[in-house]
Design a protein around this ligand. Sequence first.
Ligand SMILES: [Zn+2]
Length: 247
Amino acid sequence: MTELLYQTDSYLKTFDAMVKALDAENRAVLLDKTAFYPGGGGQPYDMGLLRDGEQKFPIQRARNNKGEVWHFLADETALPPIGAAVQGEIDWDRRYKTMRTHTAMHILCGVVFRDYGALVTGGDMEPLLGRMDFEFESMSAELVKVIEEAVNKEVAAAREIRTAILPREEAFQIPDLIRTKINLLPAEIKNIRTVEIIGLDLQADGGTHVRNTREVGRLRISDYKSKGKINKRIYLEISDPVNTEKP
Ligand SMILES: [Zn+2]
C-alpha cells in the first residue's frame, strides 16, 4: 500500500519517497508514499516530476491500483532504479486549481441540498471547470442564477474546511454521510475519510480541498441541461484570479 500524503496534507507540493517497484512495459514507478493524487471521485490525477539527484523524471499521470499508486513517466528517460530515494514534486498550478474546483463542487452540493433537498447523482471536473447532476424535476435560468448567488455567498462567508479519517463504524453513525451513499463503499474499507465544509456540507471523500471557501474564487454557472425526467446537469466555471488573501 502506498501512503497517501495528500489525504492529510492537501498543500504538500514536494515530498521524499522510495521507489518500491517498476512496470517497465508501462513506464510506471511505484512509490512507498506519494503526494500525487491518482484520480478518482471525479477529481483528475496530478502531474509533476520525480527527481533522483540531478535526473528528472516527468510524470504525466498517476493511478491507484488496489492501494498502490503508480506514477507514469512522460518521456523516454530511463526508469529510476528500485530502492532509489527520489523527491516528488507535483504540478501545483494544476493541483491548486483542481482543489478550488473540487471544493466549489462540494459547496454547490451543500447549497442545493440545503435549499432544495436535491441529491447529487454524478459529477466530473477538470481544473476550473466542473459539472454536476442533481435530482431536480425542473431547472430554469432564474433558478440557476439563485443557486449561483447562494454558492458565491458561501465562498464569501469564508467557511473553514476540515478533513478527518474515521473508523468505518464511527463514520456510519453520522446522519449527514448517509445521503452521500457511504453505504456503497466496499466492506474492506476500514477507515473513512470525511471532508467537512463547516456549517454547510459533510461528505465521505478522498479528494484534495482548499482550507477555506474564500480560496475558491468566483463561481459561475455557465450552462445547464436536462439529462432525463429527474436529472438536471449544471456546468460551472471558477474564475481566476483567486481572491488575493492567502490562508
Ligand atoms: Zn468530492
